[in-house]
Design a protein around this ligand. Structure first.
Ligand code: FE2
Ligand code: FE2
Length: 317
């Protein structure tokens, strides 16, 4: 009885300390006590983010051997390697919470854990590389900059470095599109076609509308998330419209127009049926993306075995 009372009292102290840390905008660190729900939410968010970085290498990696010039190839290689690095920082960040990287990978390759819906669309031309850099990395920046202030310390710190690299990704995409827009009519058509295909899926990257996002309120209270999905989506639209004008491309939305009263651009209704379908595994490339990741994981088994054997030998010596 006494023991139980003591335990409850100390749990209350821990909870109070946690609440105070969050309230004062301090970071939660790996050895700090945290509510189970917080740990679970952070593990899920970082794991899905890590998976997205790794799966995100595929659509563009597809174009490395077909890049039109040595310069474009070097830029694309560097970009895809950065995405691998982002995945690795994030798997390391999630391991600080006791999650096991092998187990998370297993969830990904057996379809039990999600990644961003955007990477389930095909890359049909080299203009897609530019549009992914401009819009997809642009949307990632809108999502990720506020995460640099996320309450979980290792996640926030990983995001600072990742965001620096994402801004290079966006710049290279925009520069590629600018070059193509100054080229032939055929090149301009390729860019416009890629914009038509990627614009709506990019808006879906921010997740379901706030009214249908049940975890948002709790994640905001815990300061894991700093803005709602709809706020970030609006920020992305407001940022992209003037950039589209500079490029000279048309965004495929008749309802897109400046609303002076709101001080924001209004935009059309997103096809949420498509989003749900793609995120739940039934997009144009889901099967291919996961199968490719599974194959890469199996091909790498000998490396993991060798590394484990090496580590065992070093500790036994
Ligand atoms: Fe990334
Ligand atoms: Fe990126």
């Amino acid at each position: 009885m006494t023991a139980q009372t003591t335990l409850t009292a100390s749990e209350e102290d821990l909870q109070q300390h946690f609440d105070r840390t969050i309230g004062e905008d301090q970071r939660i660190e790996p050895r700090d006590w945290m509510p189970e729900g917080y740990r679970r939410t952070v593990v899920r968010q970082i794991a899905q983010h890590a998976h997205s970085e790794i799966i995100g290498m595929q659509p563009e990696g597809n174009w490395i051997t077909r890049a039109p010039t040595l310069r474009r190839k070097a830029i694309l290689l560097a970009k895809v390697q950065d995405e691998a690095g982002h995945g690795l920082y994030l798997y390391s960040a999630v391991e600080t919470l006791g999650a096991d990287r092998g187990e998370l990978t297993d969830r990904l390759i057996t379809g039990r854990q999600k990644y961003s819906s955007i990477f389930n669309y095909p890359t049909l031309t080299f203009a897609d590389v530019g549009v992914i850099g401009w819009l997809v990395d642009g949307a990632a920046i809108c999502n990720q900059v506020p995460l640099c202030r996320s309450s979980y310390g290792p996640y926030a710190r990983a995001m600072i470095r990742i965001c620096k690299e994402e801004s290079f990704h966006q710049r290279q995409g925009f520069e590629l599109l600018m070059t193509m827009m100054k080229g032939t009519p055929g090149q301009r058509e390729m860019v416009q076609d890629a914009v038509n295909r990627w614009w709506w899926p990019s808006l879906m990257m921010f997740g379901p509308p706030d009214a249908e996002s049940p975890n948002t309120a709790q994640s905001m209270a815990w300061k894991i998330k700093r803005h709602t999905n709809d706020e970030l989506r609006q920020r992305f639209v407001d940022m992209s419209v003037p950039q589209a004008e500079v490029l000279g491309v048309t965004l495929p939305d008749d309802e897109l127009k400046w609303n002076a009263a709101r001080g924001h651009y209004d935009f059309g209704e997103i096809d949420w049926t498509e989003f749900k379908r793609v995120v739940s595994g039934d997009g144009p490339c889901n099967v291919q993306r996961v199968a490719h990741r599974r194959r890469a994981h199996e091909d790498g088994a000998w490396v993991r075995e060798a590394a484990a054997a090496h580590a065992r030998r070093n500790t036994s010596e």
